[in-house]
Design a protein around this ligand. Sequence first.
Ligand code: C2E
Ligand code: MG
Ligand code: MG
Ligand code: MG
Length: 285
Amino acid sequence: EAKRAGGAGYSVFDPAMKLRAARRATIETDLRGAVGRGDLAVAYQPIVSLASRQCIGMEALVRWNHPSLGSVPPLEFVGIAEETGLITELGRFVLNEACRACVAWKRQFGAHAPRSVSVNVSRAQLLGSDHADHVRQALASSGLDAVALQVEVTESLAAQDDRVQRSLHDLKALGVTVALDDFGTGYSSLATLHLLPIDVLKIDRSFVMQVGSSDHHRVLIEAVILVARSLNMRTVAEGIETEEQATALTGLNCDKGQGYLFARPLSREAMTAWLDARMRPGGWP
Ligand code: C2E
Ligand code: MG
Ligand code: MG
Ligand code: MG
């Protein structure tokens, strides 16, 4: 074993490392043009009101079905897309698809349709000089109301960066709402939250996972929800997998929830069928 012989470091002959490097190179090469080839898709996951269990929003999540690697997780290629600048093209694709899907659901399901669609936006996208233009164009060409679009940025990205904050203000000027994603994993504190132009706080799954079993986590979530409310922000709990977690979060006055308990991310067609089934008698939870 190369690993053992190499001591603390890794030998360049480590076969696992070689495989990883090759996979990364493949991803980097093939991501270029993946949009044009139609290999990217958008999956949708419902965001439900915890009080009524009604689906009130959808999060758009990019999917890549690679011709030979199969389904590649976003956590593996979004970072590479950022490093290579491909995130702009990828981001525009997701944004346009998400706006169109939301408009189509509103037409089909009327008052029962999800009210908004959320799109993840990374730092490189946000700092691109024409990001707000891309958003404006996506809204105009789809016909989606700006209030029905939510942009999700991660906590570590938004904290203490003037340029990021300026572009968030540009988006807010369009009427788009902003959510702080993965809250609790980054570096901003409760004390600096009021500095950010944030409408919604998404509590990270790592806290939600333990809400039913750990007093410590329950107390932390309770504090986050209280602060968010006092700052006039709504709260969404991410990654709810059990009824116990949903009940605990409802008791803590968390507004909304998202997670496998309600639905996994599904293709647009499958999500349309899911929404349709919920509208039939007895389909409502
Ligand atoms: P995120 O924005 O925090 O999205 C939530 C992730 O948690 C998604 O993973 C979703 O499938 C997963 N999830 C939802 N409910 C549950 C649950 O109950 N249990 C568990 N274990 N997981 C759950 P996914 O789709 O793999 O995306 C991972 C991350 O990749 C996203 O985290 C987001 O940061 C990034 N990402 C996804 N799509 C895009 C995109 O279009 N653009 C950008 N810039 N980033 C994206
Ligand atoms: Mg997100
Ligand atoms: Mg998240
Ligand atoms: Mg997350």
